[in-house]
Design a binder for this molecule. Structure first.
Ligand SMILES: Cc1cc2nc3c(=O)[nH]c(=O)nc-3n(C[C@H](O)[C@H](O)[C@H](O)COP(=O)(O)O)c2cc1C
Length: 167
């Protein structure tokens, strides 16, 4: 098989991006599976999707990545934080350490994804320290912006990412 799209998604954001990536891949020799259901089906190129869990990917994703020897691998993911090049780069650094040395890393696509309401509750309590208060307001703003993601622009960026990876 040419392409395998694997993804881990707790609340559906990463699955949405995975579905877009799958549909952007050319031809019929492709498959898409939730990482939890993956039983080792082989492919030349793997697109592996994750949701950001405390600054990196979750354990099931680490397990799969470590096993993909000799493959071409592109990563994609969603996270609560909006586009911030430096933050996205640290995530990329933390996740790519799990790739086996003998695989070819193609690149990563990351976009914002909505978060559960209970996360917002944490940011609703005002702080006395002005610096903490400023950060709290920023986080609230970020949370509310995330509610609209992944949006159509994110999905079209995901398509462009696939095209770039296949070049
Ligand atoms: C336990 C937990 C930890 C998270 N940690 C981060 C984080 O460190 N950085 C971040 O930007 N978003 C974080 N998020 C937000 C998710 O990565 C984000 O909502 C993502 O789009 C969820 O994807 P999913 O719908 O595919 O599960 C966290 C969410 C949860 C539930």
């Amino acid at each position: 098989m040419d392409y395998m799209v694997l993804y881990s998604s707790k609340t559906g954001n990463t699955k949405k991006v995975a579905t877009e990536i799958f549909s952007a891949l050319p031809g019929m020799s492709k498959d898409m599976q939730n990482i939890e259901e993956y039983r080792g089906k082989d492919a030349d190129v793997f697109f592996v999707g994750f949701w950001v869990d405390r600054g990196t990917c979750s354990l099931p994703v680490i397990d799969i990545l470590s096993e993909l020897h000799g493959k071409k691998i592109a990563l994609f993911g969603t996270c609560g934080m909006g586009k911030g090049t430096a933050y996205y780069r640290t995530i990329e650094q933390k996740v790519t350490v799990w790739l086996p040395d003998d695989c070819e890393y193609l690149g990563m696509f990351l976009c914002q994804g909505k978060m559960p309401m209970k996360v917002r509750e944490k940011y609703e309590i005002s702080r006395e320290d002005p610096r903490e208060e400023a950060l709290r307001k920023e986080m609230l703003k970020n949370f509310d912006e995330a509610l609209f993601h992944p949006n159509d622009d994110d999905l079209s960026d995901a398509r462009a990412f696939v095209e770039q990876m296949l070049k």
